[in-house]
Write a protein that binds this ligand. Structure first.
Ligand code: CTP
Length: 133
């Protein structure tokens, strides 16, 4: 019996079709999809602005998707190996904007980079909405 666990990570703020598609494609690579939703503090540090939705709201939204089996808060970008082990992941999926950057975990699990959906991003959406206000 195969029971492949897929893990992926992201902010998933202001959920859009690019997010849904990557999660669907990630889920199709295994039997169980676990999603690490990045902590508010991580986003603040990286982007200098808080996400529109809090980490609890983002986890609730992502966790409500039919293809997602489990969500957790990604507290640190440095803990990928620990999360892969904790959730017994067989496959790590990342967008191809990260191509090559996670090959260092390939001793623990398979690493798959999926192409991003063109022309949509949370940053672009926020700018679009702010510009039309
Ligand atoms: N993603 C995707 N296609 C897009 C946007 C995102 O496949 N058009 C994927 C990313 O590659 C990642 C996941 O969705 O695997 C979460 O990405 P995230 O950074 O939260 O979304 P972005 O829209 O890229 O957000 P931002 O503009 O804030 O960087």
């Amino acid at each position: 019996m195969s029971n492949r666990t897929v893990i992926t990570f992201g902010t998933f703020d202001v959920l859009h079709v690019g997010h849904v598609r990557v999660l669907k494609r990630a889920a199709a690579l295994g039997d169980r999809l676990v999603v690490g939703v990045s902590a508010d503090a991580l986003n603040l540090k990286k982007k200098n602005r808080a996400p529109v939705f809090t980490q609890d709201e983002r986890m609730e939204i992502v966790g409500a998707l039919a293809v997602v089996d489990e969500v957790f808060v990604e507290e640190s970008l440095e803990l990928k190996r620990d999360y892969i082990e904790k959730y017994a992941a067989d496959v790590l999926v990342m967008g191809d904007d990260w191509k090559g950057k996670f090959d260092f975990v390939s001793d623990l699990c398979e690493v798959v980079y999926l192409p991003r959906t063109p022309s949509v991003s949370t940053t672009g959406l926020i700018e679009h909405i702010a510009g039309s206000a």
